[in-house]
Every structure is written in structure tokens, then in C-alpha cells.
Design a protein around this ligand. Structure first.
Ligand SMILES: Cc1cc2nc3c(=O)[nH]c(=O)nc-3n(C[C@H](O)[C@H](O)[C@H](O)COP(=O)(O)O)c2cc1C
Length: 226
């Protein structure tokens, strides 16, 4: 058995259309920090893979009448007829001890391609619902998840009373509504504010800070948000 067989696995799901972006450099830095800490790192690069983000009727076996997406997900799990790509991504999700969603903040949220990954891969009947409950009873209980992202705005704008309001408030729908919903323990996010306005030196320092934060998480001392 190789040491990697016993290693914890991190799945990084990355969503940026530009391979030379700061976000992509940040993702690569985090991936390397996890590898350095002994993780096996699996990277899903949604734009590079041309991931199709829309949950559509056509991905399911033909059904008569009214289309109910979650009922179709349950049926596909029971019958073993999940879309082949969704099934592969679901298997990679279930194999991970740590999920990292890596993205630039768009409209205070996930880019659509990443939201569509959650829509299609957090399958009812496989990660919650059916044999599983919600939150602590869902399939991914005991596993950890974190957001790794960049912003356009400066950090002051995201403080309570700042121009954009409290970061915790608008991350709630992701932390509670997606990640905790399927069982994850949510870690503090790792955020680089306004990389576009940084000098090269500041960007290098920001990547060092990402490396240090991810190393702490990998050493199991990442703080759980709630
Ligand atoms: C469609 C879109 C929506 C955006 N929404 C926000 C936002 O809500 N808040 C914010 O601070 N920046 C926003 N931005 C700016 C990006 O977050 C910023 O350009 C990116 O994080 C910088 O990282 P990058 O150089 O890796 O792209 C938005 C950018 C785009 C393209």
C-alpha cells in the first residue's frame, strides 16, 4: 500500500475562466499546500472541463408527465441511471475528506458554473434525502468543506457596517444552505480581497498567506464557523 492510499483526500472544485488569473494561482497554491501536508489532491477545473451547469430534463431517463428534478435524482440513484459525468463527480465528492470550492466572488455568490455543479452533483438520494437526512444526518457528515475565493472589493467593504455588509451574512446561503445542508462541517473561508489592485509583490504575499492558512487547515486546526 502506498502512503497516498492512506492519505486524506481533498477535492478542489475550481471555477475561473482564465488559467492565468489570481484565483487560479490561489487554487494551485492551496493544492500544493495540501499535497505538502500529505493530502491526495483531486482537482476538478469546471471551465477547463467545459462542465455543463444546467440541471436539465435530458440528463435523466425519459419520464412521462411533470418533471420533478429531485424525484428524478432519487429515481436515478435507485436505478443506477445517473448521468455518467454527474456520477463520476459524485464519486469524487464522496471520496473526499475535505471539499474546497475555489472561485472569484460573483454577485456576492458562486459563479453560475459552480452553482450548477452543486445543483447537479449534490444529488438527492445520494448526499441527502432518501436513506439520508439533512445536516448532521446527511451523507457528508464528519467531512469538512471550505470556500477559497477572491473579491473585487476591499476587506473593509465586507465588515459589518461596511458598504457591502457582513461577509458572514451573504455566505450564509452557501455555508448553511449548501455545505452544512449535506452534512459538511464548514471551515472559515480563505479570502484574498481585491487582487486586481495589488502589486506583484503584494500578490506574492497574498499567496503566501493562502499557503499558511491552508497548511493550518490541513494540520486539522482550521476553525469551524459554527
Ligand atoms: C460577473 C461578476 C460579478 C462580480 N461580483 C462581485 C461581487 O459581488 N463582489 C465583489 O467584491 N467583486 C465582484 N466581482 C469582481 C471579482 O470578484 C474579482 O474581479 C475577482 O475576484 C478577482 O479575482 P481574479 O483576478 O482571479 O478574477 C465580480 C466580477 C464579475 C465578472
Amino acid at each position: 500500500m502506498s502512503p497516498l492510499d492512506a492519505a486524506p483526500t481533498a477535492l478542489i472544485v475550481h471555477a475561473h475562466p482564465e488559467p492565468h488569473s489570481f484565483s487560479t494561482a490561489q487554487m494551485a497554491t492551496a493544492a500544493q499546500a495540501l499535497r505538502d501536508a500529505g493530502y491526495r489532491v483531486d482537482v476538478l477545473d469546471l471551465y477547463a472541463d467545459a462542465w455543463a451547469p444546467t440541471l436539465a430534463r435530458e440528463e435523466f431517463a425519459p419520464a412521462e408527465g411533470h418533471f420533478k428534478p429531485q424525484a428524478e435524482q432519487m429515481r436515478a440513484v435507485e436505478n443506477g441511471t445517473l448521468d455518467a459525468t454527474v456520477k463520476t463527480h459524485l464519486d469524487r465528492l464522496l471520496a473526499a475528506d475535505l471539499l474546497v470550492l475555489s472561485f472569484p466572488l460573483w454577485w456576492f455568490s458562486l459563479p453560475a458554473i459552480l452553482k450548477g455543479w452543486v445543483d447537479r452533483v449534490f444529488v438527492m438520494g445520494a448526499v441527502f434525502g432518501g436513506d439520508y437526512g439533512l445536516f448532521g444526518d446527511a451523507a457528508l457528515a464528519e467531512k469538512r468543506a471550505m470556500l477559497l475565493f477572491t473579491t473585487g472589493g476591499p476587506s473593509e467593504s465586507f465588515r459589518p457596517g461596511g458598504a457591502f455588509g457582513s461577509m458572514d451574512d451573504f455566505l450564509f446561503h452557501i455555508h448553511r444552505g449548501m455545505l452544512e445542508f449535506v452534512g459538511f462541517q464548514v471551515l472559515d473561508p480563505v479570502v484574498t480581497y481585491g487582487p486586481a489592485r495589488m502589486t506583484d509583490q503584494e500578490r506574492a504575499a497574498a499567496l503566501d498567506a493562502v499557503r499558511a492558512s491552508v497548511a493550518l487547515i490541513a494540520a486539522d486546526s482550521g476553525t469551524i464557523v459554527r
